[in-house]
Design a protein around this ligand. Structure first.
Ligand code: GDP
Length: 305
């Protein structure tokens, strides 16, 4: 929680400043305060639709409770946002505990270059390994030599095996080899890196579909999870990428990175709500331990004073 507070410092500071301005000279939450609040949330990258949902909830609260003081606004806001996040983000499950008797649990990791995909895979491998799981990595981002090299470095750092082929190899073939190895060794988790080329929607869809089909030759219900990595510091761009990837494939988990060093942490709330996908992990730094399993209460608590 301490590192989360620290990681979200910039967003927290920015939200705090804006909120203070929004309620200055006001003792009661009224229409004007609500209008100001709407602006605060939108300018904090929460997204228009999600902002309106939050405002509606606060309006209802004000009506129900008759009087809500501006000194209570933070608390009310926290409660309503945590409740809103509940729709897609259960804290009842542990993201690191995998279904039993399953064979290797296959996570296909997607996202555009530079968002922190490789780093997230490395950090995640470390987390699973720490939790006592055996992990196999697959370097199926074969379009960039650097991507494979980076993942090899992470595999060595974490101490997990990696399957790779030469530069320019068929990503689906790498995925096939990776799953075969994981199955033969009865590994617990497979993390497959993929190329994040968004230049052409149809290409992206075809590529991901092909990788999935080939995976299913080894493990019929793979991939069990499609994890989209988004760079939180890009704000609106992250929404656009979420849109493109959800159109191309069935994304069912999100990792939002680089929340340290940005004031745009509100994207976590908006993206999860807008795309109805749980945020499973958040990245709050470059180091191996700087990936956290998302907890909606802790997150919202770190965001508002
Ligand atoms: P990829 O191209 O998507 O595989 O991106 P990389 O994993 O190579 O990451 C790109 C850069 O972002 C690297 O310099 C990482 O160290 C950095 N990075 C990744 N995640 C985080 C994070 O949560 N916080 C910060 N500050 N940097 C990150």
């Amino acid at each position: 929680k301490e590192s989360l507070d620290k990681g979200l410092e910039k967003t927290k500071e920015s939200v705090f400043k804006k909120l203070s301005r929004a309620i200055v000279g006001k003792s009661k939450v009224d229409d004007e305060v609500l209008d100001n609040l709407e602006e605060v949330l939108i300018s904090s990258d929460v997204g228009v639709d999600t902002t309106l949902r939050i405002i509606e909830r606060i309006e209802e609260r004000v009506q129900r409770d008759k009087y809500v003081g501006t000194d209570e606004l933070n608390r009310v806001l926290k409660e309503e946002i945590v409740d809103l996040l509940k729709e897609n983000n259960s804290t009842d499950y542990d993201a690191l505990s995998l279904p039993e008797g399953h064979g290797p649990y296959v996570i296909m990791v997607v996202g555009v270059n530079g968002v922190g995909k490789t780093t997230t895979i490395g950090k995640l491998a470390h987390k699973f390994k720490d939790a006592g799981k055996s992990v196999v990595l697959g370097a199926a981002d074969t379009f960039r030599a650097a991507a494979v090299d980076q993942l090899v470095i992470w595999a060595e750092r974490v101490g997990v095996p990696i399957v790779k082929q030469g530069m320019g190899a068929d990503p689906a073939s790498v995925a096939f080899d990776t799953l075969s190895k994981a199955k033969a060794e009865n590994a617990d988790v497979v993390l497959i890196d993929t190329a994040g080329r968004l230049h052409n929607k149809i290409n992206l869809m075809n590529e991901l579909t092909k990788i999935k089909k080939v995976m299913q030759k080894v493990i019929p219900d793979a991939p069990h999870e499609i994890l989209l990595v988004l760079d939180g510091s890009t704000g609106q761009n992250a929404y656009e990428q979420a849109k493109q990837f959800t159109l191309a494939t069935e994304v069912n988990a999100l990792a939002i990175t680089k929340l340290d060093g940005t004031a745009k942490g509100g994207v976590v709330i908006g993206i999860s709500d807008q795309f109805k996908i749980p945020v499973k992990y958040i990245g709050i730094g470059e180091k191996i331990d700087d990936l956290q399993v998302f907890n909606r209460e802790e997150f919202v608590d770190s965001l508002f004073n």
